[in-house]
Design a protein around this ligand. Structure first.
Ligand code: ARG
Length: 460
């Protein structure tokens, strides 16, 4: 018995098994592409009309039908049928129900293979624009916080051991730079996303006199995909997007790790506003940094989608294979996760309060100015390796006494090097250390302010 509801049922002798229908259908998730599917169909139909491939009355009927369908979808009144497999066949069937033969002519010179690739690219282009806006908002949030803390002293770490003093503003600007590169990556990927597959048809192109450039222009693409086999089969543009997303998430995961550490009472550097935290049901003293922890956790999920997409692609022969239907859920989830993370992060940064005294105290206790003392001796003529050795001995003495190097006093410091004079205390202060790193990219408050000004100018 034939199943007449299928667009391709003509050659089959028995209907598809129920379980197989469910296994192969994508409508549950690809209906999300509906608006873009309609945009693509409108541009295709208008081109077919302009080229005399279908009649102008057909084009008018298709425009009217798709317009109505769009409204039904937006109003949540469209009935999606699993039997109709995917978003494309659902919309086409509804169109045919509405406008008859004109609807059946829409698919002339087109295949679902080039159709779905077009839909995904249109959707992804809009998504990239949204991502870029949100990265920018987060960058502004970072700059605002950095500006408030251009002079705030904190310990800079290597190996999570106190290394040298930095300003909190400088530390935050490191994330600004990461996000700047992230934005560049998305803007660059957008160029390759923004190419039109339509016209590739199933895989080889079509024998109708189509005008691909016109369709590309109508849909705002920068140009057409120049090989039909490639156009329908590769999903590298989706992989690039996911890779760029995984990097943003990785950057924010590192930042989250720091927020978690800093907000722990052991550090006590920052407080995250209550609206981003939760309590514990059994330990009344707890305030858990759930949002940064989830950002860290969700990074694993996005990284997983990247590996899934790469793996999806790696063994596919040209051209289209049904494997590609599996690109969507991971891609959608990547976008959703990234977009909401960027939004919540921008707001969370506005809810951070800093305990300057605790940060300062941690920097002061960690011999953070030891390098400055070594540099001081070098400037007085000692070779750096000898200076390093002299300071290491001074640090050991301070550790034994349980005090800072500066507290050892002039006489005791002179025991480690006769080059030490009164002016040594200028470099041993945290402020002296910060101010001395006064070059582009350095942590001096003056440089931090300049970097913020440059960044604001870049953001426009
Ligand atoms: N739902 C399919 C996808 O997402 C559409 C393309 C199907 N093409 C085909 N020849 N079965 O990839």
């Amino acid at each position: 018995m034939q199943d007449k509801s299928k667009a391709w049922s003509g050659r089959f002798n028995e209907p598809v098994a129920e379980l197989v229908k469910r296994y192969t259908a994508s409508v549950e998730f690809d209906q999300r592409l509906a608006e873009f599917d309609i945009q693509g169909s409108l541009a295709h139909a208008r081109m077919l009309g302009a080229q005399g491939i279908i009649g102008t009355d057909d084009v008018a009927a298709i425009e009217r039908g798709l317009g109505e369908i769009l409204e039904e979808i937006r109003a949540g009144q469209f009935e999606w049928l699993l039997d109709l497999e995917d978003v494309h066949l659902n919309i086409e069937k509804r169109l045919t129900d509405k406008v008859g033969d004109a609807g059946k002519r829409l698919h002339t010179g087109r295949s679902r293979n080039d159709q779905v690739a077009t839909d995904v690219r249109l959707w992804l282009r809009a998504t990239v624009d949204d991502v870029l806006t949100r990265i920018r908002n987060l960058q502004i949030s970072l700059l605002d916080l950095a500006e408030q803390h251009a002079d705030t002293v904190m310990p800079g770490f290597t190996h999570l051991q106190v290394a040298q003093p930095v300003t909190f503003g400088h530390h935050l600007l490191a994330y600004y730079e990461m996000l700047k590169r992230d934005a560049e990556r998305f803007a660059d990927a957008r160029k390759r996303i923004n190419r039109l597959p339509l016209g590739a048809a199933a895989l080889a192109g079509t024998s109708y006199p189509i005008d691909r450039e016109a369709v590309a222009r109508a849909l705002g693409f920068d140009g057409v995909c120049e090989n039909s086999l490639d156009a329908v089969s590769d999903r590298d543009f989706a992989i690039e997007f996911t890779a760029a997303a995984a990097l943003v998430m990785t950057h924010l995961s590192r930042f989250s790790e720091e927020l978690i550490l800093w907000s722990s009472p052991r550090f006590g550097f920052i407080d995250i506003a209550d609206r981003f935290c939760t309590g514990s049901s059994i330990m009344p003293q707890k305030k858990n940094p759930d949002v940064p922890e989830l950002v860290r956790g969700k990074t694993g999920r996005v990284n997983g989608h990247l590996v899934a997409l790469l793996t999806l692609m790696k063994s596919q022969p040209l051209a289209y294979n049904k494997d590609n239907q599996e690109d969507k859920e991971g891609l959608f989830d990547t976008a959703d996760t990234l977009l909401v993370t960027l939004e919540i992060y921008a707001d969370m940064l506005r809810g951070i309060t800093v305990d300057k005294a605790a940060m300062r105290q941690a920097a002061a206790e960690g011999f953070a100015t030891a390098t400055d003392l070594a540099d001081y001796l070098v400037k007085k003529g000692l070779p750096f390796r000898d200076a390093h050795e002299a300071v290491a001995r001074a640090v050991r003495a301070a550790v034994d006494k349980g005090c800072d190097i500066a507290d050892l006093g002039l006489v005791e410091l002179q025991a480690f090097s006769s080059l030490v004079a009164d002016d040594v205390f200028e470099v041993l202060t945290l402020e002296g250390s910060l101010a001395s790193r006064n070059h582009i990219g350095g942590t001096a408050p003056e440089q931090v302010r300049k970097a913020i000004a440059r960044a604001r100018q870049q953001l426009g």
